[in-house]
Design a protein around this ligand. Structure first.
Ligand code: PLP
Length: 359
């Protein structure tokens, strides 16, 4: 590449590993001598089936997904799953939702269209204090609140009902403790690949609970029985996701490889950035230390009149998409897997420079 690309802190769709983008470009017109772009292939042809099977196998290996879980490659995004999950799992019509931020609040609102929803918690709090019903069909948790920058460092342990996690914005940034999970879903566009692909991991005993109104194309059992090919899956997005999985598998850092290496680098990136924010008198992050997200770091300038100058200077310094979500304002740096350590270091230098000039 002729000149280095800027660092992109978008919350999603978000930065992808540069080697993956380069490989996609190389293979765009002719995938492995097939004479076709992946976009032009039949999803049932042997070329695409090999791409799909490799992607699924690598994903299963990276996250150590147990055999009793099916992996579904779906569409509809995280918000789609807010309806698809209750249509598949709310058999008796009772859903408990822990509201820890903006995304879980949306999940609760959507589930209300299909089920009787009880708010188990109204903020991040110890699981022992949650209001849970013995006869709920499932308990919904958003394990990384992308807008609020709140992350569960450990999955809640729920004994009363299956746990459903929306892990859209931190999937593959750390391992998942499957023994605590019944179903997990994630839109791809935060940490995995292009928008349009939604991953669902569902335990087999939960496959047969769908409400009659559930569309066939979104029925977990139907999708599982057809190896995610009941209808045409998002083929190109699956291909790119497969390359990202392979990139993670081959990733090495600090003497580790694969997901452990990615997690180690994520911890270091987040630690550096929070330390820089906490050590300054111009910026602040308002999240309690025990639930700060490693992926999404919202912060505010104490003098909000400097916001525009901050963002303009950041763009000039090749640091893109730092504006916070419109519902909370301020700034947000999303530092997903594909953000290099150098990107976080460049951001910290800019934060310090800007503070020297305006502090
Ligand atoms: C981005 C995001 C979503 C929404 O995904 P869409 O693909 O836009 O529907 C849902 N949940 C979380 C936690 C997210 O970060």
């Amino acid at each position: 590449m002729s000149r280095p690309r800027p660092f992109n802190f978008s919350a999603g769709p978000a930065v992808l590993p540069e080697p993956v983008l380069g490989q996609v470009a190389e293979e765009m017109l002719d995938w492995h001598g097939s004479g076709m772009s992946v976009m032009e292939m039949s999803h049932r042809g042997r070329e695409f089936i090999s791409i799909y099977e490799a992607a699924e196998a690598t994903l299963r290996e990276l996250l150590a997904v147990p055999r009793e879980f099916r992996i579904l490659f779906m569409q509809g995004g995280g918000l789609g799953e807010n309806a698809v999950v209750p249509m598949n799992l709310a058999r008796t019509g009772k859903v408990d939702v822990a509201v820890t931020g903006s995304w879980s609040r949306k999940s609760a609102a959507e589930a209300r269209r299909y089920a009787d929803v009880q708010i188990a918690a109204e903020a991040f709090s110890p699981t022992a204090q949650w209001r849970l019903r013995e006869d709920a069909d499932y308990v919904h948790v958003c394990t990384n609140e992308t807008i609020d920058g709140i992350e569960f460092q450990e999955l809640p342990r729920i004994d009363t009902a299956p746990l459903v996690i929306d892990c859209s914005s931190h999937v593959l940034s750390r391992p998942i403790n499957w023994s605590r999970v019944g179903c997990a879903f994630a839109g791809a566009q935060k940490n995995i690949g292009p928008a349009g692909l939604t991953l669902v991991f569902v335990r087999e005993d939960l496959l047969d609970r769908a409400l009659p109104i559930c569309p066939s194309a979104f029925n977990y059992k139907v999708v599982a029985e057809h190896q995610s090919m009941f209808n045409t899956p998002p083929t190109f997005a699956i291909y790119v996701a497969g390359l990202v999985f392979q990139w993670i598998k081959n990733f090495s850092y600090a003497g580790k490889t694969g997901l452990a290496a990615i997690e180690q680098r994520n911890v270091e990136k987040a630690t550096l950035l929070y330390a820089a924010l906490d050590g300054s008198s111009l910026y602040e992050n308002r999240v309690a230390a025990e639930c700060r997200s490693r992926m999404n770091v919202p912060f505010y300038l104490k003098d909000e009149r400097l916001n525009d100058a901050f963002l303009a200077g950041a763009r000039e310094a090749q640091l893109l998409q730092l504006k916070g979500h419109k519902s909370v304002g301020g700034m947000r740096a999303s530092i997903y897997n594909a953000m290099p350590l150098e990107g976080v270091q460049a951001l910290i230098s800019y934060l310090q420079d800007f503070e020297k000039r305006h502090g």
